[in-house]
Design a protein around this ligand. Structure first.
Ligand SMILES: Nc1ncnc2c1ncn2[C@@H]1O[C@H](COP(=O)(O)OP(=O)(O)OP(=O)(O)O)[C@@H](O)[C@H]1O
Length: 579
């Protein structure tokens, strides 16, 4: 809670202004019935028209002031709560930027998005309620009851009976609904995650003609949410009748006893009229207070979820005096064990001992889940090893400044992403200072120039969000060009030419050999043809090194390699497909 409120920052002033103005609004509202009683007693009853005018003017001024204070308080409340939400979004967003892959694994991407949207909106609404209603209602209750005591201590006892009744009934309803609302939020989360997953994977859903299946899945989630909401709202609907019972009880008993007091001369008609107004104000405030309690409790879950992200410390931090230069592209894995913190607990890599010379081209091949991506992720320190060490240029990757390391170890990840903007904008994402010529050269090396030249605006063609208007293979080539622009000492392609035809794949590899001979190249691929020209090929099997040798030697000595080579020669295709 503290961490969330710290984000109020420049909006503290609006909060205090709102509280102060609300208090003034309440004071005006409380005094209004009192002035009404003056008009009745000193004006109407005494047939004194000038008193009616006098108090009438006072009443109009007070009503105008009350409205003005209320409007200003509302404006400040809106500014404070929206400001809090904006600051929270910014704080979460900038903390997420520091997250390592492991931190992101912990929350999952939909989890982070829900926190930045739904949860923050919950907190924003609750905060608005708190600084308006949670200030207004208690003040109203206290002042109204004080006025009731001043007017008639005897009749004030009637309200206490009604208040006790309301606290018991509404309190009971709230306790039950709060439990249901907790479930509502959980299913809301699930539904949100499912929507995000399906919308982002809509192409896959359509390709597999799974729309009906997804519709049924969504309908089930939505129905569960509907049932829970109806249950909770249905219970909350009892608040109103309970409130009306209390109001009628007060009106009848106060009318009954009040009439007696008026006849007995211990009370005036004006007093009775204002007493009715105070009853209504008091009971209404009680009801509003109960709604605020529900709102606050509901937002507690959101506050907890937001705080989790705000308190999350990045798993990977830079050392105090980081190494600021990567000497060369040498890579050494020294008895490395690695497991995902938020995974199955099983080692994704076991006892990896591997030494790659600077400038070598290494092919990596292995079945699905054999640890190929995990291995390369350790080189640019997207994750830290559990045991052993990974060195680049002879220096442990943990000793580098992460930015320096990642600028020199350029990875084209398996899941390529392009951003909305022109092709040049996307290319310069790799190196903001790259000249037009450098961008064109990188595209030539990645064999991307031929399709860019055919586009209507060439290098200034706009790419839609996520690269929706380019093909899979074109996207991969642009991502390779983007990585090349960094002029890295190590270039890693994680299955990044899978959507490119074999001939273009070969041209890209030839261009690499020609253009960046000094860069260490690690190429993960499913096709043996993509790696057979490499200096050496690493065969991974279940997180362990099965073999590390040249294509010719592996063909002679390695059973796995022989099997996949034969299967692909016969048109078997993938590594995982048995011969
Ligand atoms: N982010 C993650 N969190 C938890 N476990 C993971 C994560 N990424 C991968 N794994 C697990 O680690 C193991 C190795 O996965 P990895 O992605 O390195 O394999 P891969 O050889 O690259 O597979 P593929 O060819 O399918 O990309 C697998 O068992 C996988 O389930």
């Amino acid at each position: 809670m503290r961490k969330v409120l710290q984000q109020l920052k420049q909006y503290k002033k609006d909060t205090f202004l709102c509280i102060g103005l609300t208090a003034l609004e309440v004071i005006m509202e409380i005094l209004l019935p009192f002035v009404t009683s003056m008009i009745i007693d000193q004006g109407l009853e005494a047939a004194n028209l000038s008193a009616v005018y006098r108090y009438g003017i006072v009443m109009v001024i007070m009503a105008a002031l009350s409205l003005t204070f209320g409007a200003l308080a509302g404006k400040n409340a809106a500014s404070a709560s929206s400001g809090l939400a904006a600051n929270l979004r910014e704080a979460i967003y900038s903390n997420i930027q520091t997250f390592s892959f492991s931190n992101i694994d912990k929350f999952s991407v939909p989890g982070l998005v829900t926190r930045m949207t739904t949860d923050i909106t919950n907190v924003q609404n609750a905060y608005m309620m708190v600084i308006r209603v949670a200030v207004r209602a208690p003040l109203n209750i206290i002042f109204s009851y004080a006025m009731c005591l001043v007017i008639s201590p005897h009749l004030s006892a009637m309200f206490l009976i009604a208040v006790v009744f309301l606290v018991i009934v509404i309190g009971g309803i709230m306790l039950v609904t709060l439990k249901i609302f907790t479930q509502v939020f959980r299913s809301y989360d699930d539904l949100n995650a499912s929507v995000q997953e399906n919308v982002s994977a809509i192409r896959v859903v359509k390709a597999f003609v799974r729309e009906d299946h997804e519709n049924i899945k969504f309908h089930k989630g939505a129905k569960k949410l509907y049932d829970l909401s109806v249950k909770a709202e249905g219970l909350l609907a009892f608040n109103n009748p309970a409130m009306m019972v209390a109001v009628y009880f007060c009106i009848i008993s106060v009318s009954w006893f009040g009439a007696k007091f008026i006849v007995g001369g211990t009370m005036t008609t004006g007093d009775l009229t204002s007493l009715f107004s105070y009853i209504m104000a008091l009971l209404m405030s009680l009801m509003m207070l109960s709604m605020v309690v529900v709102m606050i409790s509901m937002s507690m879950a959101s506050i907890r979820r937001i705080s989790e992200v705000l308190n999350e410390k990045p798993d990977l931090t830079d050392p105090e005096n980081p190494v600021m230069e990567v000497p060369d592209g040498r890579i050494d894995f020294n008895h490395v064990n690695f497991s995902y913190k938020h995974g199955s607990g099983k080692n994704a890599l076991s006892d990896i001992n591997l030494h790659i010379k600077s400038g070598e081209t290494i092919g990596v091949i292995g079945g699905t889940g054999s640890g190929k991506s995990s291995l390369v992720n350790l080189i640019c320190r997207l994750y830290d090893v559990d045991d052993g060490s990974v060195c680049v240029g002879g220096v442990d990757v943990r000793k580098y400044d992460t930015e320096v390391l990642r600028n020199q170890v350029s990875v084209v990840l398996q899941k390529n992403t392009l951003f909305s903007g022109t092709i040049l904008d996307n290319l310069r994402w790799g190196n903001p200072n790259a000249t037009d010529e450098e961008c064109i050269d990188a595209c030539k090396a990645a064999c991307a120039d031929e399709f860019i030249d055919r586009m209507p605006d060439g290098y200034n063609t706009r790419i839609e969000r996520g690269g929706a208007n380019v093909s899979g293979g074109q996207k991969q080539r642009l991502c390779i060009a983007r990585a090349l622009l960094k002029k890295p000492k190590v270039l890693i392609l994680d299955d990044s030419t899978s959507a490119v035809d074999t001939a273009t794949d070969a041209s890209i590899r030839a261009a690499f050999a020609r253009e960046i001979p000094g860069t260490t190249k690690i190429i993960i691929a499913q096709r043996i043809s993509s790696v057979q020209a490499a200096d050496r090929i690493l065969v991974l099997d279940d997180g362990q090194i099965n073999a590390f040798d040249t294509h010719e030697n592996l063909l002679k000595t390695n059973a796995i390699y022989q099997e996949i080579y034969t299967s692909q020669l016969q048109g078997g295709g993938d590594f995982d497909q048995p011969a």
